[in-house]
Ligand binder design. Sequence first.
Ligand code: ASP
Length: 339
Amino acid sequence: MSKPRIHILALGGTIATRPDATGAMQMGLGADDLVAAVPLLAKVANIEAETVSRVGSHSLSIDQMHALAAKIRSLQVDGVVVTQGTDTLEETSFLLDLLLDLEIPVIVTAAMRNPSLTSPDGPGNLLAAVRVAADPWVRAHARALGVVVVMLDEVYAAADVLKAHPTRVNAFASTQTGPLAALVEDRVVPMTLPVRDAVAAARRRLGDAAKAKASPVALLWMALDEPGYLIEAMIQAPDRLGYGGAIVGAMGGGHVAERSVDALKKLANLMPTVVSPRAGGGPLLRQTYGGPSSEIALREAGLIWGGRLHPLKARILLDTCLRAGLQRSAIAELFNAFG
Ligand code: ASP
């Protein structure tokens, strides 16, 4: 059987760093360098390598990810592997998942340990990502899997995967669902398919309009005794400080400090304001607690209920909704489908 054609798109990140004269790691390696470091890749697939950028993933923009999605759509290949930094991988992979609906596997991978360290994870992650992209089960279920993330021999759904630690090598986890598959020896071992009805429904509404530009989404992290001064500043500013929507990283099942409730209610009247669980994703409550800062009161006041999406992923979905020109009721409907 002929080997599948896998296209590698390199964006930068730790996986693509090399030391400068002082020993500091700088972005520098391109896609060809990454491929050259893993000769086994040629046994698994016919590899095409393309350097898109050489930046840390903290420097990527949402516009750049929309352009990357358009590029991926235009490729005539059997699978795509994106290499990038780990810092924003949980966001970029979910954005690609919202923008792409393809019959071919799209994999995002990265590295936690840079190439100058003992046992860097980049080469192994790249090989694993290409193995996943070339795997017959993955290719047969590519649309059902959506965009997936491969790190440390595990495969994760883009809607669930989180960077759960800043530095350790096993930094990634899908805390809600666990991995979809594992790599063992040279095999991909499937374990489960993700439930993606909400992503599919969102994608139908978002369509191509998601290419337009919109005002950015503010991320408001709620915490013990938060007074809400930043929310007040957004309300007072005639241009809302430039923001077009807001994500509220709420406590527990959907609660905020009582001091910030009034400001949040006002904000929800001015822009789409989505409540999302700061506890790491997972379904919110809807009708358990009473009182002024409870989920019942916030929902009655018009805050949009974010479902199980982590606030970082909710921010990506709201940004995409705003770019698509969706109004509040349509946005609430999309988030509602996430539980
Ligand atoms: N700062 C790097 C980046 O996100 C970290 C990494 O790749 O792990 O590009």
